[in-house]
Design a binder for this molecule. Structure first.
Ligand SMILES: Cc1cc2nc3c(=O)[nH]c(=O)nc-3n(C[C@H](O)[C@H](O)[C@H](O)COP(=O)(O)O)c2cc1C
Length: 417
């Protein structure tokens, strides 16, 4: 018997072929999948592919007499537990955000009462366009979930953010959403009511976690920035694990390539400065601070107001200044038994650097990893780490999913109380 019914909406991007794999993985996870495509999507993949694999009619046009139901978008939208759009074009996101219903998929979105999850994929410039970001913000506020695109080489041969997230991650985020109790309306920026009965244990109940997550972005000019490869997956895994063990969790997220877990409060701090001021505003209430974000150590001294032109410049020198050391400042100023945990992503003498970081900054715990190792570090779903604690032995953790590692880290944290 099917566990969940998923309406898979495919729009007209180059990554449309990956929707076939998403459909297969959903079926393997015992979901019943019905597929709808935009007219442009059929330029990339034939509806026949989906029809052959689902055994069901693939709807493209509301007005097609071959549709099994004369008001197809109403029936389709009301017989699903999740509407999942893979890939989502900038165009379909814009239509959803603005209530435009001029084809089957956009009419279905408007008629849909189920949860909606969108996995965008597009060229970096399209992704970063203020219009696209505005539409995404609006949809988030409407309670739509996003599987953020990741950085990588795109079909247009440029490198940047806009690549569809791995199909396995899309499906695992969809399955998590389907399995979780529904959050209250208002999107991830709102504290959601998390039923205590859902918590796996409660050894962290009464604790208030403040966790920084993801990478920061330091502007060079309105177009360019300095950043790093952090995806936020480890920080979000910790947030989810702490939540499940009864803690109240606030996350300050920079740039991330994963969906924040439900039931945690999410604040944004995209640059090191913004993250710093968000942390300053929240730290008073916290009982545990985890610095899992990869905060840029340096930022341009003066971000240019207009795009820096390349004409006539063979070389360009950027003057950088040190950013605030959030972790050291939190640790230095603590007064109330706050536990402070840092992360150290290194490429050599990992444990040596981590131990000196712990001592210099007066931390209670450091989770160190060698990001050059296969299965560790940024944008992977697994990690390999060594945990160092104040006065304790080094604990080596072999490769394991980030969520499992999060629980191992919390086990050690509980011992420090
Ligand atoms: C070869 C090709 C590749 C495209 N890839 C993308 C893409 O990855 N993401 C995107 O947002 N638009 C992409 N487009 C543009 C969309 O197809 C176009 O905006 C279209 O109107 C989208 O229609 P739909 O949203 O109804 O499917 C591409 C167009 C072409 C011709």
């Amino acid at each position: 018997m099917s566990k969940f019914r998923v309406g898979l909406g495919v729009s007209g991007g180059i990554a449309a072929y990956k929707a076939v794999e998403v459909m297969r993985l959903l079926q393997k996870a015992a979901c019943e999948v019905s597929v709808a495509m935009t007219r442009h999507a059929t330029e990339f993949v034939q509806p026949l592919t989906f029809r052959a694999l689902t055994g069901g009619h693939v709807i493209v046009d509301d007005y097609d007499p071959a549709n099994p139901d004369p008001i197809a978008h109403i029936k389709f939208s009301q017989e699903i537990d999740l509407l999942l759009i893979v890939p989502a074009t900038a165009n379909i996101i814009g239509k959803f955000a603005n209530g435009i219903a001029d084809d089957f998929l956009s009419s279905t979105y408007l008629a849909c009462t189920a949860q909606v999850m969108i996995a965008p994929a597009m060229n970096t410039t399209m992704w970063e366009q203020p219009a696209t970001q505005r539409n995404i913000e609006r949809l988030r506020a409407d309670g739509v979930h996003f599987v953020e695109p990741v950085a990588g080489e795109l079909a247009c041969k440029t490198v940047g953010t806009g690549k569809l997230e791995d199909v396995e991650n899309i499906v695992s985020q969809a399955m998590r959403l389907l399995s979780e109790p529904p959050a209250s309306a208002g999107g991830p920026d709102v504290v959601t009511d998390w039923p205590a009965a859902y918590a796996a244990g409660s050894d962290l109940s009464g604790e208030r976690f403040l966790i920084t997550v993801g990478g920061t972005r330091e502007a060079i000019d309105p177009v360019r920035f300095i950043s790093n490869h952090s995806s936020g997956k480890m920080g979000f895994a910790l947030a989810a694990a702490a939540r499940d063990r009864g803690a109240e969790v606030t996350v300050v997220a920079g740039v991330t390539a994963a969906e924040p877990p439900k039931g945690v409060r999410v604040l944004r701090g995209i640059s090191a400065e913004e993250m710093h001021s968000a942390v300053k505003g929240e730290i008073e209430r916290a009982t545990v601070f985890v610095g899992a974000a990869a905060v840029a150590d340096y930022a341009p001294v003066n971000a240019a107001d207009a795009k820096i032109k390349k004409e006539g410049k063979e070389q360009l020198t950027l003057e950088l200044k040190k950013t605030p050391d959030i972790l050291a400042e939190v640790s230095r100023n603590r007064t109330n038994g706050l536990l402070v945990v840092g992360f150290a992503a290194e490429t050599s003498d990992v444990v040596g650097y981590a131990r000196s970081k712990m001592e210099k900054k007066g931390l209670d715990m450091v989770v160190a990893n060698d990001i050059t190792r296969e299965g560790a570090g940024f944008n992977t779903d697994t990690n390999i780490a060594t945990i160092l604690t104040r006065g304790g032995e080094a604990i080596d953790l072999p490769m394991m999913p980030k969520r499992e590692m999060a629980d191992r880290i919390l086990d050690e944290l509980v011992k420090l109380r």
